[in-house]
Design a protein around this ligand. Structure first.
Ligand code: DGT
Ligand code: CA
Ligand code: CA
Ligand code: ZN
Length: 576
């Protein structure tokens, strides 16, 4: 069991305790425990298994929680969680995923209506019964209905990072199968989509089918769904991610890659194009209709070439203009991970990060970066011990000193400054002016009407020190929808004022998303890709930000942190 899964169970238990209106102090201890476990660099399982070690040495883990951790590792749950799951319908945890209710609202609903399913909750809203409860009204009913729709759409999907990690683990194992040459992920994972429905792995080699049995024997497999001559499907991991493994002959590998990478819409358009040329495309190859002779199939590039197109990067294959662009020779040059020369959003132990400036700098240097910006929180985030003016100014001075001696990487002093409810910046402008780089982010009051949120962001953009709008839509993938605002207007204003838009690369955010990136680029926006790292290990999330940028058709020139350090520093000094 990985730390992340343990943390999830702890967090769920805290949620259930909140529905049950249990003691706030105890709930907090579970939440803190979850954060501590999730962020811990070693596996909790290993520490528990080592008689010479104690989990209580981890800050945030007391005696009580140590026992709970042991239970969770042994059987995936703990007594407190079990008791609460008896008290409430087993769907209580699902209800928590419906935005707008919160644990208190859910408790109230359970108390007044004998409901246990999302369908029943939906009916309550449709029949306008929710509004009969205290502090609930028509607006909430509408919001809950919207969240239920969103919930249905995203349930059964997984974060890109989760799918990618699982794929890497399975591929590592399948490599050991005899007669296997290559294993490649296809489908939405290869296209870099922000969430993945199921994993599609393609295997080739002289005895590729030997990979099928090996896959089904993997200890991660929870349930075998199907096994045929050249395909096996199973549910994998505690979360039940479906994985389809296909064994292919080398001479059909390219056609299969093309077919199973999708997207479906891209493939439909490609097949139609082939038909017009008297060709027939399937997962087995590209064939001439008149005599069934094979034209291409061993490589993907060969398939595209035979229908008169250059190879199209998987991230673009959504049938949103990429085929026309390919035909006219105007496919964009896309940004690559190797173009990125710095990371511009990260936290340290000054606020809610878990490593020091020096440790973050060292990790960034290890990735070959030329520069970083340290951007801790501002004082509105009191729980994170955010910086006030005095600390911000002192930090700017400290960074100037650090750069004199040098850490082998240029450090920019930054701040992730809260955009307050009314759009004002959390810190005074003269303090912000001391810093090299100010990111403005919304972390509170996200339930505003679109018009009000637009005004709030417009006011924030007026701050002359603001350089980057951080995670602009506030979404948390699979958990929280983007907050609504007039995107076009904010982009236009950001462009006018020379404010860059962040592509937050944290796999839970990926904010802006690819579609908005493309819209914003068309309006002249410029971007930064940053990880929002709270730990050195988070710096590697950069690649998800890069996938998102590529899906948004961005090239290196659109992204400020592809610039060499000196040019980037110059760009910081320049405003329109
Ligand atoms: P996902 O799994 O929902 O994140 O999205 P994909 O794109 O990975 O979709 P998936 O796993 O259903 O199918 C993999 C690829 O197979 C898909 O992108 C396109 C290709 N494909 C082409 N035609 C069809 C078809 O008729 N049915 C299915 N299921 N896949 C098709
Ligand atoms: Ca898939
Ligand atoms: Ca599939
Ligand atoms: Zn933030």
């Amino acid at each position: 069991m990985e730390n992340k899964e343990i943390a999830r169970v702890l967090g769920e238990t805290a949620d259930l305790m909140e529905i049950a209106a249990e003691d706030g102090f105890r709930i907090r201890s579970y939440r803190n425990g979850a954060t501590a476990v999730e962020g811990y660099t070693e596996r909790i399982v290993d520490i528990l298994g080592d008689p010479a070690r104690k989990v209580t040495d981890i800050p945030g883990i007391g005696k009580g929680l140590a026992q709970v951790l042991r239970e969770i590792v042994e059987r995936g749950s703990c007594e407190r969680r079990d008791l609460l799951l008896e008290k409430f319908p087993p769907t209580a945890l699902e209800f928590l995923k419906i935005q707008g209710l919160g644990p208190k609202g859910i408790a109230l609903i359970f108390e007044h209506f004998r409901i246990s399913t999302i369908d029943e909750l939906e009916r309550l809203c449709q029949e306008q019964k929710l509004r009969t409860l205290p502090r609930m009204g028509a607006k909430l009913e509408e919001k809950v209905l919207r969240s239920i729709a969103g919930y249905r759409q995203r349930s059964g999907r997984y974060l890109l990072s989760y799918a990618e990690t699982m794929a890497a683990e399975l591929i590592e194992d399948l490599r050991q199968a005899p007669g296997v040459e290559a294993i490649t992920p296809a489908g939405s994972l290869r296209r870099g989509r922000e969430t993945v429905g199921d994993l599609d792995l393609l295997v080739t080699g002289p005895a590729a089918t030997s990979a099928l049995d090996r896959f089904l024997a993997n200890p991660r497999v929870e349930e075998v769904l199907a096994k045929g001559g050249n395909k096996a499907s199973a549910k994998v991991g505690k979360e039940g991610l479906q994985v389809d493994v296909r064994a292919l002959l080398p001479d059909t590998f390219g056609a299969a890659m093309q077919y199973f990478t999708g997207s479906k819409d891209h493939n439909v358009a490609i097949r139609t194009r082939a038909v017009k040329m008297g060709l027939k495309l399937s997962e087995y190859g590209l064939f001439r209709v008149e005599d069934d002779s094979k034209v291409a199939g061993a490589t993907e590039a060969g398939v595209y070439e035979a229908i008169g197109l250059p190879w199209i990067p998987p991230e673009l294959r959504e049938n949103t203009g990429e085929i026309e662009a390919a035909e006219e020779g105007r496919l964009p040059e896309l940004v690559e991970l190797s173009h990125i020369r710095g990371d511009l959003h990260m936290h340290t132990t000054e606020t809610d990060g878990r490593a020091s400036l020096e440790e973050m700098a060292q990790a960034a240097r290890g990735r070959g970066y030329e520069y970083i910006a340290i951007t801790d929180h501002s004082k509105a985030l009191a729980m994170a011990n955010g910086l006030d003016e005095q600390r911000a100014v002192a930090f700017a001075r400290q960074v100037r000193e650090i750069n004199k001696n040098g850490l082998g990487i240029r450090v920019f002093s930054g701040l992730e400054c809260d955009i307050l409810r009314d759009g004002a910046m959390d810190l005074a402008h003269d303090a912000l002016a001391e810093l090299d780089l100010v990111i403005g982010s919304v972390h509170s009051h996200m339930n505003m009407e679109a018009a009000e949120m637009t005004d709030r962001l417009l006011r924030a953009l007026e701050c002359p020190q603001l350089r980057i709008l951080g995670h602009p839509t506030g979404r948390i993938l699979l958990h929280r929808d983007p907050f609504p605002f007039d995107f076009d207007r904010i982009v236009a204003e950001a462009v006018r004022r020379g404010v860059w838009l962040e592509i937050n690369a944290s796999p839970e955010r990926l904010d802006l998303n690819a579609t908005l990136v493309r819209t914003a680029k068309a309006k002249g926006a410029r971007f930064t890709i940053s990880t929002d790292a709270h730990h050195p290990s988070h710096l590697k999330s950069m690649r998800y930000g890069v996938s998102t940028a590529r899906r948004g058709w961005l090239g290196p020139a659109d992204i400020l942190n592809t610039l060499p350090a000196a040019q980037f520093a110059a760009a910081l000094q320049t405003r329109p």
